[in-house]
Design a protein around this ligand. Structure first.
Ligand code: GLC
Length: 577
């Protein structure tokens, strides 16, 4: 397992990635049985660990498109860019149904509605290829060397925990768990998904990694899943308290529950992992997910089998499933990378696809203080315009978490087009573009701007680092919007992994408001729409809260009173509902 941010070298090229994976593979092929390895990476919105790769909108934005064919094409493009690096396996898609935006992984979910998420599982057929008619139900499928092994995650109920706490506890009946959170797995399995990752979270107090009922009786027996179940990273360590203690008991519990492959612990806490992540040993970054504690795991499991605590039948089941996936993936026939794919990484065709996805993901929440006077589309020949806000010129912010590093970061982290870049490309030659992230009152008063575009939002985060109790617009974003909108006609753009609380005074002041989610590298998809080359068509995949006191919002309840309901989205010309 490649942890987010690990790489063969700083900004390694696809060829360097392929060299690293091929070297690991050659070592495996020289082993006693010569069984090839599977190298897995979190390619969750493009091949997002690799410098220069195409970064697509995160899943919440794709959910806003409601476009299953688009998402399937994104899967196919992602597969090519992953295979270009010699990597066989993508820990995607996350098919969580996020019921509470306070969850730090809300943006990894296609939405709060099960049907939206089910529709977006088409990405599995993009990643792996589409199984032919008659492909046996539940069996893993992989079309060929342009496709990757996919991983539906995190089974099950990760998006339904109490208060949206990451790795928390989903408290509900089995019927609700199956109807709301398990249904997307039916679609993944019917598309031949090769692997499923167990969730760190619990159901009614039972950790998923220790649930024989859900992993074996339901997933393997009732649903007939014939691929393999992989643990989440260091999940076995989390089964014991204190963390990582009594590891042997955790091995026993997880393997007997039905886990087939273990992302074994490094044994370090996360900070050490981050330190190790940047430790350059012998010119190769230590792959922290190359488990430091694997001897402990192997000794422990061997001992448990020898003492009859874990049956050979259980081991045979796991080994059979893993080999089945490796055979389906053609790894025995073609264990090494296909270098003819190298030029697909970050290629123009994929960037055009990502730009299309950005266009279709934008949700127009307000267009004009008077609906009869639409503010958008903007005039690209305006005399002088202001581009403001903390998120107008930052690729890192546009991409969000799981980009170049585990939890992402701001700045020029990879190749891409910021909103500012895109505006400069979009406007006429006589238009003066002034960029000022936080313009002063003097600037606003002294210059005669035709209009302002103000992009604000969240900093990148991942998993627990994204859990929130409150959901304000960070970095004083509301005040930046307010000060600009007081003086200049303003389009506000929110760059965020989830809905954020918008005070009524802010909403009233802006002339237009767009939710752009985490669009990735192709910022021109935003200008394509705000300047009118394309229509807005995005619809909210989540309810837009008024305040966190309302959470969790549930569209089926009478008390449902969001600022904007799930499904809401204006068009520059007409209401989309
Ligand atoms: C993480 C995430 C999971 C990811 C895995 C490997 O902790 O929970 O989504 O695929 O570890 O990086």
């Amino acid at each position: 397992m490649n942890v987010g941010g690990s790489s063969p070298a700083e900004n390694a090229s696809p060829a360097q990635w392929a060299d690293m994976v091929d070297n690991l593979q050659r070592a495996a092929l020289e082993s006693r049985l010569g069984i090839p390895i599977i190298y897995g990476i979190d390619a969750v919105h493009g091949n997002n660990n690799v410098y220069g790769a195409t970064i697509f909108p995160h899943n919440v934005g794709l959910g806003a498109t409601r476009d299953a064919d688009l998402v399937k094409r994104i899967g196919a493009a992602t597969a090519l860019e992953v295979r270009a690096c010699g990597i066989h396996y993508a820990f995607a898609p996350c098919v969580a149904v996020c019921k509470d935006p306070r969850w730090g992984r809300c943006y990894e979910s296609f939405g709060e509605d099960t049907e939206i998420v089910r529709n977006m599982t088409s990405i599995v057929s993009g990643l792996q290829g589409e199984p032919p008619e008659g492909h046996p139900k539940g069996y893993p499928f992989l079309a060929g060397r342009d496709n990757v092994i996919a991983c539906a995650k995190h089974f099950v109920g990760d998006g339904g925990t109490h208060k949206g706490l990451n790795e928390g506890n989903a408290i509900m009946s089995y019927e609700d768990l199956e109807r709301i959170h398990m249904a997307p797995y039916f679609d993944c399995i019917s598309q031949g998904v090769c692997t499923i990752m167990a969730s760190y979270s619990s159901w009614n107090g039972v950790p998923l990694h220790s649930s024989h009922f859900l992993l074996t009786e339901v997933l393997k027996e009732k649903l007939g899943f014939k691929g393999f179940i992989i643990s989440d990273s260091e999940a076995l360590d989390r089964l014991s308290n204190p963390y990582g203690s009594n590891y042997r008991q955790s091995i026993l519990t997880a393997i007997n529950a039905g886990v087939d492959m273990v992302g074994t612990s490094s044994g370090f806490d996360f900070l050490n992992m981050l330190f190790l992540n940047n430790l350059n040993i012998l010119g190769v970054y230590l792959q922290v997910m190359v488990p430091i504690r694997y001897p402990l795991f192997l000794d422990g499991l061997t001992d448990l089998v020898e003492r009859g605590k874990v049956s050979m039948a259980r081991i045979d089941d796991a080994v059979e499933r893993i080999l089945r996936v490796k055979f389906a993936a053609g790894l025995f026939e073609n264990p090494l990378s296909d270098r003819s794919l190298l030029q697909t990484s970050g290629c123009e065709l994929h960037r055009k696809l990502a730009r299309e996805a950005v266009r279709k993901s934008l949700v127009l929440l307000k267009n004009g203080k008077d609906p009869k006077q639409p503010f958008l589309p903007l005039n690209r020949s305006a005399k002088k315009i202001l581009i403001a806000g903390t998120h107008s010129d930052d690729i890192g912010y546009q991409c969000g978490g799981w980009t170049m590093t585990w939890d992402g970061k701001s700045g020029k982290i990879t190749i891409g087009t910021t909103i500012l870049d895109a505006v400069r490309e979009a406007v006429g030659g006589d238009t003066e573009v002034i960029y000022d992230p936080e313009p002063s009152a003097e600037t606003l008063a002294s210059q005669d701007f035709s209009f302002a575009i103000v992009a604000v939002g969240e900093a990148p985060y991942a998993e627990f680092s994204g859990d929130r109790k409150e959901l304000p617009i960070p970095f004083n974003g509301a005040e930046i919007i307010s000060s600009v909108a007081d003086k200049v006609p303003t389009l506000a753009i929110l760059i965020s992994g989830r809905p954020l609380c918008i005070e009524p005074r802010i909403f009233d002041k802006v002339d237009a408001l767009v939710a752009a989610w985490l669009p990735g590298t192709e910022g021109a998809g935003i200008t394509d729409v705000i300047f009118g080359d394309y229509e807005f068509q995005g619809k909210l995949p989540v309810s837009w809260l008024k305040s966190v006191e309302q959470l969790p919002l549930n569209a089926t309840e009478n008390s449902y009173d969001p600022l904007f309901p799930i499904g809401f989205g204006l068009s520059s010309k007409r209401e989309l509902l």
